[in-house]
Design a protein around this ligand. Structure first.
Ligand code: 8X3
Length: 254
């Protein structure tokens, strides 16, 4: 059987990188998107060497709709039939209160987490419908379930990811296409470093006293959703460290 193709946005680090590794070790062909070509090349090299994976890079900023469309159109014919789209690219900048934050930064946050995810879905899913097979896996967040202090815009974005996932699932109910929303809690990636505008020390404190998830841990869940038989649709998964109960309640060893 022809090897399946997965397209992962934000694949140069964190959960996206974990997904790339997990799908590579399970024989998928990979289309890896990200902005940092150097980092993407490191991931590509590892996957080729360790798993003899077929990998192509599709570097563009997901916020740039035109670039996304051009890149997707540039895919060689044998890479066009994407089986799994993993909308992973996401970020947050700052922990400002809603009435005090920087609107330009929030444009970046909303454009990346919501509008880019929607655009990628809009570009890739019609082909899946035409072929009668495929799956969209969106990376939501526990942040989408309840708002928390300093998280207003990010939480709103992840609530939007849930609504977009649910809406897409409804719109595709008469097709074989599956839609999954994976909602992680605390995951140690460079997410918090970006949140704290490059302050590694403050970012490290988020995970102090608790064993957070890794990008590879979340990738296990993402892959599970893709690997179950076709008649099973893992619609939504909330996954967090054992010592986390909600977006704000964790147990941290002193
Ligand atoms: C990121 C997880 O806990 O920072 O989506 O909201 S959290």
């Amino acid at each position: 059987m022809e090897k399946k193709i997965v397209l992962i946005t934000g694949a140069s680090s964190g959960i996206g990188e974990g997904c790339a590794r997990k799908f590579a070790m399970n024989g998928y062909r990979l289309i890896l998107n990200g902005r940092n070509v150097e980092k993407l090349n490191v991931v590509k090299k590892e996957l080729e060497e360790k798993y003899q994976a077929d990998v192509i890079l599709l570097p563009f900023d997901v916020r740039d709709r035109q670039a996304a469309q051009t890149a997707l159109h540039s895919l060689p014919a044998e890479w066009e039939e994407i089986d799994v789209l993993i909308n992973n690219a996401g970020l947050v900048i700052g922990v400002d209160k809603e009435h005090e934050g920087n609107l330009d930064e929030w444009d970046i946050v909303i454009d990346t987490n919501v509008k880019a995810l929607l655009a990628m879905t809009r570009f890739v899913v019609p082909g899946m419908v035409q072929r009668g097979r495929g799956q969209v896996i969106n990376l939501g967040s526990i942040a989408g379930d309840y708002a928390y202090p300093g998280g207003s815009v990010y939480c709103a974005c992840k609530a939007a990811v849930k609504a977009l996932s649910d809406g897409l699932r409804i719109d595709l109910v008469d097709t074989p296409i599956r839609v999954t929303n994976v909602k992680p809690g605390l995951v140690e990636t460079n997410f918090s470093v970006v949140r704290f505008r490059g302050d590694q020390h403050t970012a490290d404190k988020v995970y102090k006293g608790i064993q957070p998830l890794t990008g590879d841990d979340v990738a296990e869940v993402v892959y599970f959703a893709a690997a179950v038989p076709e008649h099973i649709q893992i619609a939504e998964v909330l996954v967090m460290p054992t010592h986390q109960a909600t977006g704000t309640i964790t147990y941290k060893q002193p």
